[in-house]
Structure formats: C-alpha cells, structure tokens
Design a protein around this ligand. Structure first.
Ligand code: IP8
Length: 260
C-alpha cells in the first residue's frame, strides 16, 4: 500500500531535476513529451517561490545521441558537437515552455561553466546565484564536455546535488517516471542515505541511457552532499499535481532520502 509522506516543510528551498524519462519518450529519438512538460512547467510556476534551480536529464536527446555516436565510433569532436547540440535543443524546447508559463530561466550549459572530476561537476555557480538575484531560475542539464578521453558526460544527477549545495537549497528533487524507490513491490517512503545501498541493489533504466544505474546515482549522492541539504526526494512527474504538492509542502506519494 502506498501512503503520502511528509514534505520538506515550510520554508524548504528546492532544486529540481526533471528526468529524461519524464521530459521525453526514451524509446523514441528526439521525442519531447510536450503535454507533460507543459503541465510540469505550470506546477513549477505555481510553486515558484520555493524553486531555486532546475536541472534537465538527457532522455532521448542526449542519451540517444551519445549512444549512437559511440556505437558508430564517431571521433571525439563529433561526439562532443552532436551531444552538446542535442542537449541545447532539449533545453531550449523546455525553456520555451517554462517561459510560456511565466517562469523565466537563465540557461547554463555545463560544457561552458563546469570542470567535472569523476562524479563531482566542479561548476562555477556564480552566474546561477546572480540569476536568482534578478528573479530568474538558473537552469542546467546533463551534458557532454571535452576531457582527456575526448568527450565525457556529466549527468544531471550530480549537477542537481552540486547546484542545490551551491544555491543553499535544503531539498533536492528527482522527478522521475516512478513513484519513488520501490523495494519488494512497496514504496519506501523515507530512508536514510546510509541505508540506501542495502535496500536497493538494482534500479531500472529504460531506453537509451549512458549514465543510468542505481549504484552510480548513489555514489553521486554520497560525493556531492553538503551540510545544508536536508533531503533528496524521488517523485513521479507523470502523476499530475505531485511535484507541485511536494514543492508547496503538502503530503505526497514519494520517497524521501534523509541526509545526515
Ligand atoms: O540524463 C545525461 O544526463 P542525465 C546527459 O541526467 C547526456 O544522466 C548528454 C547523455
């Protein structure tokens, strides 16, 4: 049975990652789920006061392009060019919708302001802070960047956490296509970060996905925590109203990962 769980509480400040499985149909290349994006944009706009930043996953734009480019053994410059262009295309499509709802963003492409090392994005968040000062929401996304191997990928998973820490957010939210962390057919409503690896040995990822896997996500979480961040949420963005309720501090079906 699934029950609602608590919220980040009054005064919670949120940074939200809209996962690629929600924004796009991951089984079909370059397919934006426009209806879903419009609804989520409206939910985010309604809870604007609590929203410090946004991150997008790659979905059938970035992951598809990276997978095909790697399968076809394209040169690193071509991979870099194709993947960064695909992600800009996704970002601009989503930003168009956000702006149509009155939620104005400053787009920060990671290849231009981050220097990732392993699972730590190493971004310079000064422009993100400045955007907030003028009431624009900083928006970044999973991306490709030049690295010693040629082209590497930085996932929105770790960008979300680093951004949350840099902007002083108390809550980080993964908006996915599942209700939360499901173990043995049941929703885990609340779990401490240290109990996570014992609880979830697997984790699924459909379609084209070059950064998936629960173990990687968990490691990204461990490596990017900071004292001000209280919880990390997993919420289903395909269920209308859940994201908005979470941001507004209401009770909602989701998993809350509590942080030390
Ligand atoms: O979907 C990956 O970002 P993610 C982005 O957040 C690319 O893991 C370019 C594949």
């Amino acid at each position: 049975m699934q029950r609602g769980v608590g919220s980040g509480g009054p005064g919670g400040v949120y940074v939200v990652k809209l996962g690629g499985s929600v924004l796009t149909d991951k089984r079909r290349p370059f397919s934006l789920r426009l209806g879903v994006v419009e609804r989520l944009a409206a939910e985010l706009a309604a809870a604007r006061g609590r929203l410090a930043g946004l991150v997008l996953g790659g979905g059938s734009f970035g992951h598809y392009t990276a997978r095909v480019a790697l399968e076809e053994a394209r040169g690193p410059g071509e991979v870099l060019g194709l993947v960064t262009a695909a992600m800009m295309e996704l970002a601009l499509a989503v930003v168009d919708v956000l702006h149509s709802k009155g939620l104005y963003t400053l787009v920060l492409p990671p290849h231009a302001f981050c220097r990732p090392r392993g699972l730590r994005p190493g971004c310079d968040w000064a422009a993100a802070r400045a955007a907030r000062d003028v009431d624009a929401v900083p928006l970044t996304y999973g991306d490709a960047y030049p690295c010693s191997r040629g082209a590497c990928i930085v996932s929105g998973d770790e960008l979300l956490l680093e951004m949350a820490c840099a902007l002083g957010a108390s809550e980080a939210v993964y908006v996915t296509d599942v209700d939360g962390l499901i173990v043995g057919g049941r929703l885990v409503e609340e779990v401490g970060v240290d109990e996570l690896s014992a609880l979830a040995a697997g984790g699924r990822s459909e379609g084209y996905d070059v950064t998936g896997g629960f173990a990687r996500k968990l490691e990204a979480l461990r490596q990017n925590l900071c004292p001000g961040l209280r919880s990390v949420w997993i919420v289903n963005g395909l269920k209308p109203g859940r994201l908005q309720r979470l941001l507004e501090g209401g009770r909602v079906t989701a998993t809350r990962v509590t942080l030390p």
